[in-house]
Design a protein around this ligand. Structure first.
Ligand code: FA5
Length: 326
């Protein structure tokens, strides 16, 4: 083979190899190209090297020099392609480096319902005045919803049309059962189980077949308060409710007390709050009736007390300036 043919073949090989390496799109393609051109056994460069033995003796040094140049060029083209592919495999650096020691970000999952917030606030305010939280069942018997609260059998508040009586629960228990219509039931449950003094609140759902309107709903929440001790007076009740209202509404609220009637308090009042130049009923209250104290085994000559029951939706609505509890 003449020197010029040998060199022409080498040059063609060099440019073919450079093109193939440059166009290798991934590591597998590059490896196939490496085997094709630089393979130790049957690579094209190895084949070309065989031609070196066929050039004339005088041309050998020039042919050998040229062969080495082409070999280096092909190896360099391979190395370059390898660097290019390694770089494209590296993860794309986005933003600051990840720091595993940083505390995690808490996902936002909404917030407490305004009524739940109100209930928590009311517990906190009354807790500061020394009232602890008591619980009672939502399905009640007539003793706790009516009788012990001095509401006799013939009282209109016991009318089946004014209450949600539960036929299935009655079958199971053998006595009339109903969804409680007021949290005053919990007053009885607490006093049955505890000697005076008593200072509790109870918050929860109550149920009445009321037609829904801006201030009524068939299921709503009440906060009940009960304080029993020696020498408790109406002045204690009024100052407690005033303190409660100014703590919850922030001082800018006016409340008033109207004479009223509840079977379980004597005297009784209704408590109104002023809102948008109107008076809205917030709840009922009064001094615990001696008959109630007797029903739970307390001595009305020894202890006295006050109780109140407020509508949670009503105070919540006023705070958030919502004029319709629906
Ligand atoms: C009572 O339920 C008495 N147990 C309150 C009480 C407790 C008096 C302790 C004395 C001593 P009344 O039925 O008025 O009272 O209801 C109290 C409050 O619950 C009302 O002033 C009102 O704020 C709220 N309320 C009554 N019915 C509804 C209703 N359907 N929807 C929303 N809130 C209501």
């Amino acid at each position: 083979m003449s020197l010029s043919v040998f060199i022409a073949e080498l040059d063609a090989l060099a440019s073919a190899a450079a093109q193939t390496f440059a166009s290798a799109a991934d590591a597998a393609a590059l490896e196939a190209a490496r085997v094709e051109f630089l393979g130790a056994k049957s690579g094209k460069l190895k084949d070309a090297q065989k031609g070196l033995g066929t050039v004339g003796k005088d041309d050998k040094p020039a042919a050998g020099k040229r062969f080495n140049e082409v070999k280096q060029a092909i190896e360099a083209a391979f190395a370059e392609a390898q660097t290019r592919l390694d770089a494209s495999d590296a993860p794309v650096a986005a933003g600051p480096p990840f720091d595993p020691t940083q505390p995690g970000r808490r996902p936002r999952i909404g917030h407490l319902h305004p009524l739940t917030q109100t209930i928590e606030d009311l517990k906190e305010i009354m807790g500061r005045l020394g009232f602890s939280v008591a619980h009672g069942p939502e399905i009640e018997d007539e003793r706790h919803n009516f009788e012990a609260l001095n509401i006799p059998q013939a009282h209109p508040a016991r009318d089946p049309l004014e209450n949600f009586y539960l036929a299935t629960a009655e079958k199971i228990s053998g006595a009339p059962m109903l969804l409680r219509s007021q949290t005053s039931t919990v007053q009885i449950r607490v006093m049955e189980n505890k000697k005076p003094p008593v200072r509790i609140i109870s918050l929860g759902r109550v149920y009445r077949p009321d037609t829904a309107d801006a201030t009524h709903y068939p299921m709503f929440h009440q906060i009940e308060g009960l304080l029993i001790d020696k020498h408790v007076t109406m002045a204690d009740l009024k100052s407690t409710l005033r303190m409660f209202a100014s703590s919850y509404f922030g001082g800018e609220v006016h409340i008033r007390f109207r004479p009223s009637f509840f079977p379980f308090t004597e005297p009784s009042v209704e408590v109104d709050m002023q809102w948008n130049d109107r008076w809205i009923e917030m709840g009922g209250a009064g001094m615990v009736d001696p008959n109630v104290l007797r029903a739970v085994g307390y001595d009305p000559d020894e202890v006295s007390g006050f109780a109140f029951g407020l509508g949670v939706e009503r105070v919540c609505a006023r705070r958030h300036q919502v004029t319709d509890i629906r």
